[in-house]
Design a protein around this ligand. Structure first.
Ligand code: F6R
Length: 606
């Protein structure tokens, strides 16, 4: 939530900062701003494009900081937009995170005569840093002294008018990536905006700060000990951060699903052994053999992926699994029974509630396993072991390719565990074989996306939807409903089809359609009965069914087919038409599906 960017070098900073902010907009887009050394500060309400209009073309400064905001303290307004300055007006801060004790600090500062312009926690931080800089005469010392007073999370970049070439950046709880190039240095909340300029990236660790000028950088701990850290080569193709001819990142990322499935399976599928090769788990085999209970935590789509993961682990490895929302699990007391493993599913690896669950589990001595997409993220680093999704950067705010990659990674994890715990070679090999075929099957669904667009047009007049599924597609129903809510602002409810008669069927009438996820699997007969019940109440039904099922044509009003696959893999295929349905509905309703209102991709606040 919130994206920060900074640059120092020999080129004009303004275009670099603006370009970087556009790449970071998925983290927040209610206002933005930049400070450019020697030129001043510019802020605008709304998307970065509004800021672009405000910056004169002759702004020449070669260093600066920028921010795109997702409001936490204070409503979206130009006044609350970053950068914020200190009492003297010569020190500038951009901040991603939350200062929890800001009210107390603000009251102290007000008592000392400070005046505040905005309602933000960040302005308090700017005042504190400015004050300590003035007292000590050294920006790094002043920064650390100020941070000693702060409780909460931050990834910050700081500049001072009297040090026009220097940027200080610090991290506690919010990621900071530093890009290194000859005579040019970049800072950002993640690597996406940097890879156009350099693939040499270094991530700050918790409790570290860096002093950066156009001549070099130094990393220090908060106790001022120099850390000898070198950048690593990221090696990402440049087109991962471009739309590649698609009108939206969301569509581009759905179209990438076949490649993502190939990437996340590459080198990991062991056909002969009927298993998966997972480097991040190999030296943990003795522990994994003893696990007798798994808890999966996640938020939003990651939680729904967890619902599928539960069945995969229970079916393939025979270990009982509970699935928990990160925001609930972290606040409850837990009794650790037997050998529990906590699996945390997170695309960004930065979701505050999921990260808190990792820390809570570790405190209790529970081993943690990350199913994470962003390499080097906090959850990836803090978990004891893990499986990377290899979905590449996802810039659309709604999880699409990342969600599918979570399902794939959970399948590989379950397979790996299963083969340690009695799953036969033949059973494992059957799944491996089918995993190899999945990318082609997804390509087949994508090739028929015109049909899905047509269906979205047909259903455009409805304001409410029910999504139902069972067993492996119980989670898919929730995920399908979430996609429609978040990118098309249409009321949609996910439900277990078996629960329908316990309440929601009361809503069904001719203006309340149902999307029924009903592949030809062990749940099909039961789903068919549920669809009959809906039809008997004049509800319109859009079925997601398996190719070759012709009886469904008489049962449902509309059908979107997916290729046949093993039951455990149906969520991967069934999700694709639901993502496209939400995409086209959002676009047809005239919304920016890449930047849904009120949302940000990486939820780094509670
Ligand atoms: C929905 C969506 C969110 C995320 C959730 C968790 O499309 O993207 O519900 O799934 O915020 O995010 P991560 O996976 O980064 O922990």
């Amino acid at each position: 939530m919130c994206g920060i960017i900074a640059y120092t070098g020999f080129r004009r900073a303004a275009p670099i900062l603006l370009d970087g902010l556009r790449m970071l907009e998925y983290r927040g887009y209610d206002s933005s701003g930049v400070y450019i050394a020697g030129d001043g500060v510019y802020r605008a309400l709304g998307p970065v494009d509004n800021l672009v209009q405000k910056i004169p073309v002759d702004v020449q400064g070669t260093a600066g900081i920028g921010h795109t905001r997702w409001a936490t303290h204070g409503q979206p307004s130009e006044q609350n937009a970053h950068p914020h300055h200190d009492q003297q007006g010569g020190l500038w801060v951009v901040h991603n995170g939350i200062i929890e004790n800001y009210a107390e600090l603000r009251a102290e500062l007000v008592a000392e005569g400070h005046t505040f312009i905005s309602e933000t926690d960040t302005e308090v931080l700017a005042h504190l840093i400015g004050m300590r800089y003035e007292e000590t005469g050294d920006l790094a010392t002043g920064l650390v002294r100020a941070l000693e007073r702060v409780r909460g999370t931050y990834g910050i970049a700081v500049m001072a008018d009297d040090l026009p070439d220097t940027i200080l950046t610090a991290r506690m709880g919010s990621p900071i990536a530093i890009g290194v190039k000859d005579g040019e240095y970049f800072v950002a909340s993640d690597a996406a905006p940097l890879i156009r300029h350099t693939q040499q990236i270094l991530y700050l660790e918790e409790g570290e700060y860096a002093v950066i000028t156009s001549e070099g950088y130094d990393v220090f701990s908060f106790t001022h000990e120099r850390q000898h850290r070198s950048p690593e080569l990221l090696d990402l193709p440049l087109d991962v951060v471009e739309k590649g001819g698609h009108p939206h990142f969301m569509l581009k990322e759905i179209m990438e699903v076949p490649d993502v499935l190939e990437n996340s399976a590459r080198g990991r599928l062991l056909l002969k052994e009927g298993s998966a090769k997972l480097g991040g788990l190999e030296d943990q085999v003795p522990f994994l053999r003893t696990v007798d209970r798994v808890v999966i935590v996640g938020c939003g789509s990651a939680y729904y992926a967890g619902l599928v993961g539960k069945l995969l682990i229970e079916d393939l490895a025979g270990i009982p699994v509970t699935v928990e929302l990160g925001s609930e699990y972290r606040h409850r007391p837990h009794r650790v029974v037997g050998t529990t493993a906590l699996v945390v599913v997170s695309q960004s690896g930065e979701t505050a509630d999921s990260l808190a669950c990792v820390r809570e589990a570790k405190r209790m001595g529970v081993k943690t396993i990350g199913i994470v997409n962003v390499v080097g993220s906090s959850i990836a680093r803090e978990t004891d072991m893990g499986v990377y999704n290899h979905a590449g950067p996802e810039l659309g705010v709604a999880s699409t390719k990342a969600y599918v990659s979570q399902l794939e990674a959970l399948m590989l994890f379950a397979l790996f565990l299963g083969r340690l715990r009695g799953l036969s070679v033949a059973q494992g090999a059957g799944l491996v074989c089918e995993l190899m075929r999945l990318p082609e099957k997804v390509r087949d669904i994508l090739a028929h996306r015109d049909k899905i667009q047509h269906i979205a047009e047909e259903y455009l007049g409805y304001d409410d939807f029910l999504f139902i599924g069972r067993s492996y597609n119980f989670g898919t129903a929730y995920e399908g409903a979430l996609k429609l809510k978040e990118v098309a602002y249409v009321h949609a409810e996910g439900y277990g089809a078996g629960e329908m008669k316990h309440g929601p069927i009361a809503m069904i009438d001719e203006i309340f359609p149902t999307v029924a996820i009903m592949p030809s699997d062990s749940m099909y007969e039961k789903m068919r009965s549920n669809v009959e019940e809906i039809r008997a109440r004049k509800g319109r039904v859009l079925a997601i069914a398996t190719e070759g099922n012709t009886e469904i044509l008489a049962l449902a009003d509309d059908v979107l087919y997916i290729p046949d696959t093993k039951e455990a893999l149906t969520p991967i295929l069934a999700t694709i038409p639901l993502q496209l349905f939400a995409y086209y509905t959002g676009v047809l309703r005239g919304f920016n599906v890449d930047r849904p209102r009120n949302l940000a991709k990486s939820v780094t606040v509670e």
